[in-house]
Design a protein around this ligand. Structure first.
Ligand code: SF4
Ligand code: SF4
Length: 376
């Protein structure tokens, strides 16, 4: 089989972050130190060598960077200080960009300016839609828009439910569709030419489901910092998932919610706020040893957005009970909707957060190959 080597591959990968592996002399220490590396899926050395060779086809096929959980044991052990942990993170971003057929992820993940701008542009568009909603649905002219205070109930007038629910469905289903197409592309790149049985796709499904909901591979990194990080990451992920379920299936779209919905909402918000708060602070003060020693700008987008979403949601929930804070509640709610929209339309399908979905599928495809190999 012929492979074409691309001398520009390293340069292309480096657009997505640090990939300082020129010093790597292929000693093999890093896969030995990595608790998640196995014979069949050996990393981080193998994908680094593919990149150094310029084999784009091998890089696209390799899912190892998604099997890495960022613990940093390899970077501590590397005798050449080649920072394999950071290289794995950069490769993940590179692959997320390649899985995205729209090429939006490529623009966002490879450029700090384009990335940060995209979050703001979507947020500003949301503000504009909120203005249009008030203009057409609440019949508020532009001159009345800023000085007019209204009870929060006007958010859900006759017909308002359909508009809000339609908007919510769009901002939730859009990233799901983009990610599903991305998963299909990941499967195509990874499984192309592999001799696997149909049965192995079925048998490996349990691995996919377990990892989608638990991301349990992270606790295989033995350090206490990794286990602490796992707890907060799980809080963040389950909080988001629960909130999604509430918004899509449980919300009765009334200002005064029922107690079950309210308690579940508190739990989801608590998970998102505490989880994102921990990750944000840990990154800022570089806690957790190697894990948070060095962060790229893309690492901050998720915790910042999630923290702002949770905090603004809490403020709206409290302030709406005070008549003299109606105006403030409106503005905070508009801010809340804008950040949620940026989170769902940019960060989830095109940002670093996409790895939350791609990782369980990478583990799944790896398992499919492993089961088939064992069966032969
Ligand atoms: S430990 Fe460092 S030098 Fe050795 S293979 Fe890994 S990255 Fe290369
Ligand atoms: S960061 Fe941790 S999980 Fe990732 S390759 Fe290095 S040792 Fe393995």
């Amino acid at each position: 089989m012929e492979y074409f080597l691309n001398p520009k591959l390293l340069k292309e990968i480096r657009k997505y972050g640090k990939f300082d592996v020129k010093g790597c002399y292929n000693c093999g220490t890093c896969p030995v130190m990595c608790n998640l590396s196995k014979d069949f899926a050996s990393f981080p050395r193998r994908p680094i060598q593919y990149a150094l060779l310029g084999s784009k086809e091998h890089i696209l096929k390799s899912i190892e960077s998604f099997l890495c959980h960022d613990c940093g044991d390899c970077s501590i052990a590397c005798p050449r200080e080649a920072e394999p942990r950071l290289s794995m993170a950069t490769l993940r971003r590179y692959l997320i960009a390649k899985y995205d057929f729209t090429k939006i992820a490529s623009k966002i993940l490879s450029s700090k300016v384009a990335g940060i701008l995209s979050y703001f542009i979507v947020a500003i568009l949301s503000f504009f839609l909120i203005f249009l909603y008030h203009y057409f649905n609440v019949k508020l002219s532009p001159s009345e828009f800023f000085p007019t205070s209204m009870p929060v109930e006007h958010i859900l007038p006759e017909g308002g439910f359909r508009i809000l629910y339609g908007y919510t469905l769009f901002v939730v289903l859009f990233p799901i569709l983009i990610l599903l197409i991305g998963v299909v592309r990941m499967g195509y790149f990874t499984m192309k030419g592999e001799k696997v049985t149909f049965g192995s796709y079925i048998v490996a499904l349990y691995e996919l489901i377990i990892n989608l909901f638990t991301q349990k591979e992270m606790i295989k990194c033995e350090k206490t910092e990794s286990k602490v990080r796992y707890v907060f990451h799980l809080m963040m992920a389950l909080g988001c998932l629960l909130m999604l379920v509430i918004v899509l299936f449980l919300l009765n779209w009334k200002i005064n919610t029922n107690p079950v919905q309210r308690i579940l909402g508190y739990l989801a918000t608590f998970g998102m706020l505490v989880g994102s708060g921990y990750v944000l602070i840990a990154r800022m003060i570089k806690a957790g040893g190697e894990i948070y020693k060095e962060s790229e700008w893309q690492d901050y987008a998720l915790p910042v957005l999630l923290f702002l979403i949770s905090l603004s949601g809490i403020f709206v929930h409290i302030f709406r009970n005070f008549e003299n804070l109606e105006m403030l509640t409106h503005y905070i709610n508009a801010f809340h909707v804008a950040v949620v929209t940026s989170f769902l339309l940019i960060e989830l399908p095109f940002g670093k957060l996409a790895h939350l979905i791609y990782r369980p599928f990478a583990i799944y495809f790896y398992k499919v190959k492993e089961i088939s190999l064992r069966g032969r």
